[in-house]
Ligand binder design. Structure first.
Ligand code: MOS
Length: 758
């Protein structure tokens, strides 16, 4: 049966934009579609004859399936088929040399071995979600249980991998006048975007092709993984993600439910929808691994760093290892000649881990920035001052200059806006009624890179500019900033820019991850726009019905959508649409293509990163052991900000997520069976409006043209980096309790010394 496949819908700004182009705080162009319910999310898709899939998950952490009793379930109303490892059919593995990525390479239902609680053991296909759920609950699985390990404490005999090394930090540390040697831990955190992971799979048997509606932050990679694992040519695989209810990294790489939905659609020749449950979000689609990091800092009595060592461990699943690079920001953040960063994974019977907003650097900076605060306290040096004292002149990890680094200005600007000069460093000294104020600071950094990208800009005889690329908007504002890029390059107002993204039929775009989507799009869109404008000028110069016929294209210009003689004002010109209409052209396509920043000439000789500083106020009510974050000032140095409105929103959200990391979030595993016990939104505590402080976001806005012509670096993750250590520094300042194991628990605060409690 051939299923009708609707086109994905390009969108354009609904408001006649007064301000357009780069740097304008324009509202999201997809906003009206979202707030009126017209934006179609993956699980909103429905098709005639669609079947619903509900998976069954293992209830042990380690063992082997002895038998699966599906008889009762199969007889229930509406049930079409029940898949297990016996009848799901073949999935292939990905070719590691092909450049596609997934954090769970073992396909679902591949064998009878259980390696983590929640692993898929069966899939029910039924007419309705209720029927499928009831049947899934009626399936009985008999297991042989084997010993498992899901504990938090990490240790390994394996040789750790050295991420970065210079000088002789161990020798320097041994004889240094001032030494900090502490271990910090961060717990498992689970991505909890509002939108559940979902897949709606269509299969056309006549052409052996799939159309998969997915919740994906990286549709091009998703297409590659699905085509390899399902064994169809890549051109027979189409992925569509029109809107995403956020992802935080959990939707970067494909997960097993997508394969299950696609395989069922192929077997049954019916459309299939599979939406995973909130509980499954805790074990089938990744998490931020827990980390355990020993940090050793040596310094002079005056606060000059002498050496820095960071040795981190993180847990991984039995068959997979997504590396958590906790030393990501360590090797270049401060000036020290002696440094070593090492890391090693430790296997657990826990589901595969994956990227979560600011992977590596975010838990890493909790450890290193906490150690900096401890050093400041030890030396009785102001923590802002300590960081200024150790500002490096260049990136010592790669012996290269910084492209654009304004950490010093971020710290000083933040201190001034926060009122830091009023801070009394003595613990518990700043009282306000029955509350004690704690003020803390931390620095932050995050990588800035571009991925390869292609885009097409079509200038049409209807006067519109259509830009297309298989990038996706995960809620961050990609539709809007891509529209701004076209408006900037062509002078055509955003209301006449049509943005088509989220479909792998479009020219390949970058993933929305690593804060790289925006910068990656800049050169490809600019090149495509320039090419389209040049083609219009060529038509104007050559076509017999053009008013500019005979004028050399070099003597013409394209300004604000008008074609005019270069030596005359643009108002004297002709709208580009009239030129195209006169020539009977529907439009001209300009193509743009750019490579990853790692392949730029001289890429190895420049250090490109974003920076920032967080100033946090907590309020501690000792009488009732109540702690709140009341105020945050965050100064971000992330290059040119293309849209201060969506940009600010990214930082505010990340700061709030950082408060969650500091005070609330942790996934707890039941030692008996490896079950995430708080696998729901009631028990997995995240910040709400009531926990949201006053957040003051400042962008320094220095264009960094080492990365792209607009100077934008990307802002999705920098806002959470360093936030948690600023909170725990503030908690120390208020209470005298140094919390080295996140999150800050009520139990930690009940230990606060009596003198800070009344
Ligand atoms: Mo982000 S963790 O790269 O989606």
């Amino acid at each position: 049966m051939t299923v009708p496949v609707p086109l994905s819908a390009p969108i354009q700004s609904q408001t006649p934009a007064i301000q357009t182009g780069v740097g304008a705080a324009v509202p999201r162009i997809d906003g009206p579609l979202k707030v009126t319910g017209r934006a179609r999310y993956t699980s909103d898709r429905r098709f005639p004859d669609m079947l619903i899939g509900v998976p069954v998950c293992a209830t042990i952490a380690h063992g082997v399936i002895r038998s699966i009793d599906t008889a009762a379930a199969a007889a229930m109303p509406g049930v079409h088929v029940i898949y297990t490892h016996d009848n799901i059919g073949r999935f292939y593995h990905i070719n590691p040399g092909s450049g596609v990525k997934t954090d769970e390479k073992r396909p679902p239902l591949e064998d009878a071995t259980i390696r983590y609680y929640g692993q898929y053991v069966a899939l029910v296909m039924a007419d309705t979600f209720e029927q499928a759920s009831a049947a899934a609950a009626a399936i009985r699985v008999d297991y042989r249980q084997d010993p498992h390990e899901v504990g938090k404490h990490l240790a390994t005999d394996a040789q750790p991998k050295t991420d970065s090394e210079r000088g002789d930090p161990a020798a320097i540390f041994a004889t240094a006048p001032v030494r900090i040697d502490e271990t910090y831990t961060t717990p498992v955190e689970t991505h909890n975007p509002i939108e559940l992971h979902a897949s709606v799979a269509l299969y056309d048997g006549a052409t052996r092709s799939f159309t998969l509606y997915e919740t994906s932050q990286a549709i091009v990679n998703h297409r590659g993984v699905m085509s390899q694992m399902l064994g169809v040519p890549v051109e027979n695989m189409r992925i569509i993600t029109e809107y995403l209810g956020s992802g935080f990294g959990g939707k970067l790489w494909p997960w097993g439910h997508s394969l299950l939905a696609a395989q069922a659609a192929r077997h049954l020749r019916r459309p299939v929808k599979l939406v995973i449950s909130r509980a499954m979000m805790f074990h089938n689609v990744g998490h931020r691994t827990n980390t355990q990091q020993r940090v050793r800092v040596a310094a002079t009595n005056a606060g000059k760093l002498l050496s820095l060592q960071q040795d981190y461990l993180f847990h991984v699943a039995q068959m997979e290892a997504s590396v958590e690079h906790c030393g990501e920001a360590t090797a270049y953040l401060y000036d020290t000649e002696h440094l070593r960063v090492t890391g090693a994974p430790v296997k657990r019977h826990i589901a595969p881990n994956t990227s979560m907003r600011g992977p590596g650097a975010v838990p890493g900076l909790f450890a290193t920035e906490s150690a900096m605060d401890e050093l400041a306290v030890r030396l009785n040096i102001d923590p802002v001052q300590l960081r200024l004292l150790n500002e490096p002149a260049s990136d010592q990890s790669i012996s290269a200059p910084f492209s654009s680094r304004h950490l010093r200005e971020a710290l000083l600007t933040g201190a001034s806006r926060f009122g830091w000069e009023r801070r009394n460093p003595q613990v518990g000294s700043m009282q306000d009624g029955d509350e004690i104020l704690g003020w803390g600071v931390a620095a932050c950094s995050w990588m800035a890179k571009r991925l390869g990208a292609e885009a097409t800009v079509t200038l049409g005889s209807d006067g519109a500019a259509r830009v297309s690329s298989a990038v996706q908007d995960i809620g961050t504002g990609t539709y809007t900033v891509v529209s701004q890029m076209v408006a900037q390059a062509t002078g055509i107002p955003m209301a006449k820019v049509i943005v088509a993204i989220g479909d792998t039929r479009l020219p390949p775009g970058p993933m929305s991850g690593g804060s790289m989507a925006t910068a990656s799009m800049v050169p490809a869109v600019a090149q495509a726009a320039r090419s389209a404008m040049q083609q219009v000028l060529a038509v104007a110069s050559q076509h017999e019905r053009s008013p500019f016929r005979g004028v050399g294209a070099d003597a013409l210009a394209f300004t604000d959508g008008q074609v005019h003689r270069r030596d005359q004002a643009s108002r004297s010109g002709v709208p580009f649409a009239e030129i195209l209409a006169a020539a009977q052209l529907s439009g001209v396509d300009g193509k743009g293509k750019s490579g990853p920043s790692g392949e730029d000439p001289g890429a190895k000789n420049i250090s490109i990163h974003s920076y920032g500083a967080h100033f946090v106020e907590v309020r501690w009510q000792p009488d009732i052991a109540r702690l709140r974050v009341s105020r945050v000032v965050t100064v971000i140095d992330a290059g040119r900000i293309i849209n201060p409105r969506t940009g600010r929103n990214q930082i505010e959200g990340a700061v709030l997520m950082g408060i969650g990391m500091a005070l609330f979030e942790q996934t707890r595993y039941d030692a008996r069976n490896g079950k995430p016990v708080n696998n729901n939104l009631a028990d997995y505590v995240m910040p709400t409006h009531a926990d949201s402080p006053d957040i003051d976001v400042v962008f320094l806005d220095y264009p960094d043209t080492a990365l792209d012509e607009l100077g934008a670096r990307g802002i999705g993750e920098i806002g959470i980096a360093g936030l948690a250590p600023a909170v725990t520094a503030a908690v120390y300042h208020a209470t005298g309790m140094r919390v080295r194991n996140l999150p800050v628990d009520i139990e930690d605060l009940l230990k606060v010394p009596y003198r800070y409690r009344a």
